[in-house]
Design a binder for this molecule. Structure first.
Ligand code: SF4
Length: 235
């Protein structure tokens, strides 16, 4: 009887977990739909497809020229898709191809002055999304950022999304080295403490660790949150 009762008590937990994941997935799907729609509207006004706009933004943010393969990897698209989009941008006079420095056989793509000007006008994120995030309080944002980092890393490991330049894979990241629950981590690149809400998902200064060291860093990050008092508990 006791065992049967225990089994019947555990079953709803498993069902709850499944429906909770589905509810969150439904929410993420709804947000992705509205973002995709907004991207077509916003970039359509500039005469670009969302992929062309993303490529132009990435190129404008990069210091030097970029190869086709590195752009395709960063955007998570095939080389053929990146090539088509770059050709369209080139026809519009927004990018140009030159020989890559240090490798005369490879071509590096860089934005023209007109391309840089247009990239500076492309809104990275729609105002309505930033407005909705502003509705979250500091703790909610911190938890959301941490959850996003965990989800992105899991998807990265399964090869579902391109490798992101995150703190949790960076040689400058020192998780949980400070006693301050608001800013327990340290970035050795800028030599400053920071908290979960500032965990970076696409940092231009990230220096990737080899896979085994990145795995060890990830384990430290997870273990640190278990032994340190959380910000919520501190309140
Ligand atoms: S350099 Fe960037 S990715 Fe690396 S720890 Fe600092 S903020 Fe994070």
């Amino acid at each position: 009887m006791g065992k049967a009762r225990a089994l019947t008590e555990r079953a709803p937990d498993r069902r709850d977990a499944a429906t909770s994941a589905e509810r969150i997935a439904t929410g993420l799907h709804k947000i992705s739909l509205v973002l995709r729609h907004a991207a077509w509207q916003e970039h359509g006004r500039s005469g670009l497809t969302p992929t062309q706009a993303q490529l132009l933004s990435v190129l404008a943010a990069s210091g030097g020229g970029r190869t086709l393969s590195s752009l395709a990897t960063e955007l998570g698209v095939t080389a053929a898709t990146a090539s088509d989009s770059l050709s369209a941008l080139e026809r519009k006079g927004l990018v140009e191809k030159r020989r890559a420095e240090g490798d005369g056989r490879a071509l590096a793509v860089r934005p023209t002055p007109a391309g840089r000007h247009l990239a500076s006008r492309l809104a990275l994120w729609p105002d309505f999304l930033l407005g909705a995030l502003d509705e979250l309080d500091a703790l909610e944002r911190e938890l959301l950022q941490r959850a996003l980092v965990k989800m992105i890393r899991s998807l990265q490991e399964k090869g579902r999304i391109p490798v992101a330049r995150m703190c949790v894979g960076c040689r400058f990241f020192r998780p949980y080295v400070h006693a301050d629950a608001l800013a327990p981590h340290h970035c050795a690149f800028v030599d400053a403490p920071f908290g979960d809400a500032e965990l970076r998902i696409d940092c231009a200064d990230q220096a990737p660790l080899p896979p085994d060291e990145a795995d060890a860093l990830w384990r430290d990050f997870l273990a640190g949150s278990e032994i340190r008092p959380s910000r919520k508990e501190k309140r």
